[in-house]
Design a protein. Structure first.
Lengths: 95, 224
């Protein structure tokens, strides 16, 4: 279907940009925490997870890339599912 | 800006959950059976794209990083309700599957990033006169991050005050530190959001939800 081909291009573009951006992430940012994490460090407090998440973002390029792909696919699938539940077939805008 | 478990006072976390559930319920009620099927693939791709974009932290100096939130981007491209739906989906998956943000803090994370980002960010963007809408993208994106971080600091300070220091962080540290970092992170958010919206308005104006941008792009008027 034509619309499927149209979707393939942005999907591949997102994956390609992600793959390239990860290189810069690991060169410049990987060891550092974000704004909230730095604030917690400075205040000397830590979080306490109430459960063990099944996956993590990983510490090396290939693991993080794989986790990004897995997360991307989960989000795409879940948004489509939620959209099918909330959506309707006609052409009306939502708001 | 994903708050982990164990940081906030349970009362503050519970309040976040209540607010989040109310807003989600209202959004579902408004959106129900009004979301056209043809927008679903776009929603899904934008959702997946925002998820991977959030994994890329960029340096802001002083050994600190920030990352795109993407709520204003989602709201501009899809409308605030559809944008909110994908932001909530992302935050749930991040917490449940990747342990990024706590389960008890999920309500607060939805409030700080999805509710403030999609609804306040969208409102700010729409409040800017049409002539200056391009600056509205920058302003809305920056403000969404800044106000979201202000809310986060208030939650930390509130938790600290309620618990006598057992939870949260004293406001003397929380407010200045978080606000300084996020005023810089917000600049990154604004630049990325502006860049993506500008690009999409050129190559595929029909994908954009906001009528003003769509009309301008169709006439060949660049956003920059």
């Amino acid at each position: 279907m034509n619309s499927d081909k149209k979707l393939l291009i942005p999907i591949l573009a997102i994956i390609a940009i992600f793959a390239l951006s990860l290189i810069f992430y690991f060169i410049f940012s990987a060891p550092y925490g974000d704004g909230l994490e730095r604030t917690m460090e400075e205040a000397g407090v830590e979080g306490e997870p109430v459960f063990e998440a099944p996956l993590s973002y990983g510490d090396d390029y290939f693991t993080t890339f794989a986790m990004g792909l897995i997360g991307f696919l989960i989000i795409v699938g879940l948004v489509l599912l939620v959209g099918r539940i909330l959506g309707r077939k006609d052409e009306t805008h939502n708001d | 800006m994903h708050i982990p478990d164990g940081l906030m006072h349970p009362l503050i976390s519970l309040t976040g959950w209540i607010v989040a559930i109310i807003v989600i319920a209202l959004s579902v009620q408004i959106l129900n059976k009004r979301l056209p099927y043809r927008t679903l693939p776009l929603m899904a791709i934008i959702g997946g794209g925002i998820f991977v974009a959030q994994m890329i932290n960029f340096p802001i100096g002083a050994g600190t990083t920030g990352h795109l939130v993407g709520a204003v981007l989602a709201a501009i491209l899809l409308g605030p309700l559809a944008g909110f739906t994908i932001m909530v989906t992302i935050l749930i998956i991040q917490a449940l599957i990747f342990g990024d943000g706590g389960i008890t803090a999920l309500g607060l994370n939805i409030f700080n990033m999805a509710i403030i980002g999609c609804f306040l960010g969208w409102s700010v963007y729409r409040a800017v006169p049409e002539k200056y809408r391009k600056y509205g993208i920058l302003l809305a994106s920056w403000l969404a991050v800044f106000i979201g971080s202000l809310a986060c600091a208030a939650e930390l300070a509130g938790s600290f005050a309620i618990s006598g220091g057992l939870y949260g962080i004293t406001g003397l540290i929380a407010y200045p530190t978080i606000l300084i970092y996020h005023s810089i992170i917000g600049i990154g958010e604004a630049i990325i959001t502006f860049g993506i919206v500008s690009y999409i308005s050129r190559v595929s104006p029909d994908l954009i939800h906001v009528p003003a941008i769509k009309a301008k792009a169709r006439k060949g008027v660049a956003l920059e």
